[in-house]
Design a protein around this ligand. Structure first.
Ligand code: DGJ
Length: 330
């Protein structure tokens, strides 16, 4: 009997090992680490803050502020296929080079990259600011290829509106929006963009008087989700979420999401990763001034939906199977 039990035990161990090997072979888990500086393939720290991600071809592109120069960021571009290995594609917008005012009377913050399927151009919208934040303008740059060269298309106030912290959102039908904190940080302005993404053609004010900034939007199923921050400068605060069935109206009241300081971040984007088994959503935030601006961190957290609500939790590290769209947390 003891002998039979031993054989059964050995057979069971072999079966479980075979299963583990099979699962390991099918799975392709990438581990995302938070709270550390990411390095590129040349060993330099990834400098791409306040930016966003664009999936194009078989790669993901990350655009963002190069804060190594602290107060006058150039705009960097990286590419990756696993969110861990970062290839530096170059400085796509450069102080003194791309525009004569840049580095002199103007600086760029929160650059956001889009691809326009109709014009087949890459378009960047960003905050275009003076040192004392009195300009409150935006700027648009465009290029035929993702890594540039980018040329300035326009600078100014969208729909004549003072505009600061910003983001973009491209809906499923290709309609693009610029969304920014307007009117001295009082409202959020949702600006519908022209077909070529060059101009803001109409404006809707959202969350009027509620002083929101760092907005990040996702369209999931029939619902629009917007995560935003209060206006506390570079300091983190309680992030809030709102939902709607239409991007320009019907937004629900703001509700808390995450911890009371958004896990020491401010939102920069919400990533949608379409896998073969499910779609994964990832919150991307900037951990500014950690401990100083050039050492700001990019934080990526899996988004969960529980009882119909979006939920964020903090993980120092977690895993994603990019092909299948699956998420695994400790
Ligand atoms: C205020 C925002 O809260 C910060 O995230 C950062 O974008 C600064 N503006 C930049 O001026």
């Amino acid at each position: 009997m003891r002998e039979l039990g031993k054989h059964f035990f050995i057979a069971a161990v072999c079966f479980l090992s075979a299963c583990t090997i099979a699962v390991a072979q099918n799975a392709d888990w990438t581990t995302i680490h938070n709270g550390i500086e990411w390095t590129d393939t040349e060993g330099y720290i990834v400098q791409a803050h306040g930016g966003n991600f664009l999936q194009h071809g078989d790669r993901w592109y990350l655009i963002g502020e190069d804060r190594a120069r602290s107060w006058n960021p150039d705009v960097n571009l990286y590419s990756t296929d696993d969110f861990v290995t970062w290839k530096f594609e170059g400085k796509i917008i450069k102080n003194f080079v791309t525009h004569e005012a840049l580095g002199n009377t103007r600086m760029i913050e929160r650059p956001k990259l889009m691809y326009n399927n109709k014009t087949r151009k890459f378009v960047v919208w960003c905050h275009w600011e003076a040192r004392d934040y009195s300009a409150s303008e935006a700027a648009v740059f465009e290029s035929d290829s993702v890594a540039g060269p980018y040329e300035c298309v326009w600078t100014g106030r969208p729909c004549d509106t003072k505009s600061r912290d910003c983001n973009v959102f491209v809906d499923n039908d290709g309609q693009a929006y610029f969304i920014s904190t307007t009117d001295e940080n009082t409202n959020l302005g949702l600006f519908k963009l022209s077909d070529d993404y060059h101009a803001a053609v109409s404006k809707t004010l959202l969350f009027e008087g509620q002083r929101r900034e760092a907005p990040a939007i996702a369209h999931i199923g029939d619902t629009y989700y917007m995560i935003s921050s209060a206006c506390t400068g570079w300091d983190p605060n309680q992030a809030k979420i709102a939902t709607s069935d239409a991007i320009d109206k019907n937004w629900s009241p703001l509700e808390n999401i995450g911890d009371r300081i958004a896990f020491d971040t401010q939102a920069s984007s919400i990533l949608t990763i379409k896998g073969t088994e499910q779609t994964a959503y990832i919150y991307v935030g900037d951990r500014w001034m950690d401990p100083d601006l050039p050492r700001s961190k990019i934080i990526m957290l899996p988004i969960f939906f529980e009882n119909g609500k979006m939920v964020l939790r903090y993980y120092d590290s977690w895993q994603i199977d990019l092909k299948r769209g699956l998420i695994r947390t400790p």
